[in-house]
Design a protein around this ligand. Structure first.
Ligand SMILES: Cc1cc2nc3c(=O)[nH]c(=O)nc-3n(C[C@H](O)[C@H](O)[C@H](O)COP(=O)(O)O)c2cc1C
Length: 316
C-alpha cells in the first residue's frame, strides 16, 4: 500500500468516536497491514478502570479503517492479538465495491442537543436494527428502565470526587483550550460560549452535579424517539466487536440524517449496567446506550490531533 492510501485509511480511523474524545489509539505498520494499539497514556482509570470504553473506541477506529479500505477496493480483515492490539490486514481481491458508508465517515459526529421528538422512518429503523442488540422505542416501559439507570448512575458518578475530577480533566473550557490539545470535550460541543476559562470553569462546576445532569439527561432521553442498546461479551474481543457494530450503526444513522448521542453513565457503573442488562433482558454485558433522533440546532465537531501523533514506526 502506498503512503496516500495508508494516510487516507488512518485519517478515517482517527475520525472515530472515543470516550471523552481521548483518541486512545496508536498505529504502526505490520506485515500486510496496520496494527492498532491501545494508548495507555490516554486511559480513564476512574471512569473506565477496565478499559471497556477504550477497546470499544478502538473497535470504532478499526471499523472506519475497514470501510475506508473499500474505496481502494481492498478487502480488510481485523484480527485481535493477545496483547490487545488489532492487526488490520488488507488484500487486493479486485472484487470489493466501495461502501456507501465511506462518504459519511467525515460527517459523523455526536449531537448532544435535545431532539425535536420527530420519529425515525421505519426503513431507517430496519437498516439500523442490524447493528444493535435491542432498539427501545419511546413510550415503552424500556425507556423508564433506562431513565432509572441514568438517575442511579449519575448519583454514583457525580457523588464521587475522583470520577468528577477525571471528567473535568477532559473538559476544554474555551476556544483556546479546545484548539490547543485537539482532544477532550471542547467548549463548543458542550454548548458553552467562548468565555474566559475561569468563568466557564465556575459555570461548569455548578452544573456538574447529579441533580442538574439527571434533569438534563432525562429531558434529552424523552426527546428521542428511540435508544439503541449495545451488549457484548465483556472481554477485548467482545468490546472491539461492539465498537465495530457501534460505528456501522453511527455511520448508517449519519447516512440517513439521523442524529446520535451517547448515554454513557449507566454503562460506566458496573452494578447499574448489570441491573439494566437484567431488566432489558440482554444476553451479555450492557456496553452502550445511544439515543437517536433529529435536532434542529447543528452540533459542533470535536477536534482531532494530527495524524503524526498516532503513528509509530517499526513492526511490532
Ligand atoms: C465508548 C464511548 C462512550 C462514550 N460515552 C459518552 C457519554 O457518556 N456521553 C457523551 O456525551 N458522549 C459519549 N461518547 C461520545 C464521545 O464523547 C465523542 O465520540 C467524542 O467526544 C468525539 O466526538 P464525536 O463523536 O463528535 O466525533 C462516547 C463515545 C464512545 C466511543
Amino acid at each position: 500500500m502506498n503512503k496516500q492510501i495508508i494516510d487516507a485509511i488512518l485519517n478515517a480511523a482517527i475520525k472515530a468516536p472515543s470516550g471523552h474524545n481521548t483518541q486512545p489509539w496508536l498505529f504502526c505498520p505490520c506485515a500486510g497491514g496496520i496494527r492498532v494499539l491501545p494508548d495507555a497514556s490516554r486511559r480513564l482509570p476512574r471512569l473506565d478502570p477496565t478499559d471497556r470504553e477504550l477497546y470499544i473506541s478502538m473497535g470504532c477506529a478499526v471499523e472506519n479503517m475497514c470501510i475506508a479500505a473499500t474505496q481502494y477496493h481492498l478487502a480488510a480483515n481485523a484480527e485481535v492479538d493477545g496483547d490487545g492490539s488489532v492487526r488490520v490486514l488488507f488484500a487486493e481481491t479486485g472484487r470489493v465495491e466501495e461502501s456507501s458508508l465511506v462518504s459519511v465517515i467525515p460527517l459523523r459526529h455526536t449531537n448532544r442537543n435535545t431532539f425535536d421528538g420527530s420519529g425515525v422512518p421505519g426503513d431507517v429503523i430496519d437498516a439500523l436494527s442490524g447493528c444493535v442488540t435491542l432498539l427501545c422505542h419511546n413510550g415503552t416501559p424500556q425507556f423508564d428502565i433506562i431513565a432509572d439507570g441514568i438517575r442511579e448512575a449519575n448519583k454514583v458518578i457525580y457523588g464521587n470526587r475522583q470520577m468528577v475530577g477525571e471528567l473535568k480533566e477532559w473538559l476544554r473550557y474555551n476556544r483556546q483550550e479546545t484548539n490547543a490539545g485537539a482532544d477532550g470535550l471542547g467548549h463548543d460541543v458542550m454548548g458553552l460560549p467562548d468565555m474566559p476559562s475561569w468563568i466557564s470553569r465556575a459555570i461548569t462546576s455548578v452544573a456538574l452535579n447529579a441533580g442538574v445532569q439527571t434533569r438534563s439527561d432525562i429531558k434529552k432521553l424523552y426527546s428521542s424517539p428511540a435508544v439503541a442498546v449495545f451488549s457484548s461479551a465483556d472481554d477485548i474481543n467482545g468490546r472491539i466487536d461492539c465498537g465495530r457494530r457501534l460505528q456501522r450503526f453511527l455511520l448508517t444513522a449519519t447516512l440517513h440524517d439521523v442524529a446520535c448521542a451517547f448515554i454513557g453513565q449507566p454503562c460506566e457503573v458496573e452494578w447499574v449496567a448489570a441491573k439494566l442488562a437484567m431488566s432489558l433482558g440482554l444476553p451479555e454485558r450492557l456496553q452502550l446506550l445511544v439515543r437517536i433522533g433529529h435536532a434542529a440546532p447543528p452540533a459542533a465537531y470535536s477536534r482531532r490531533r494530527p495524524l503524526g501523533d498516532f503513528w509509530q514506526e517499526g513492526d511490532s
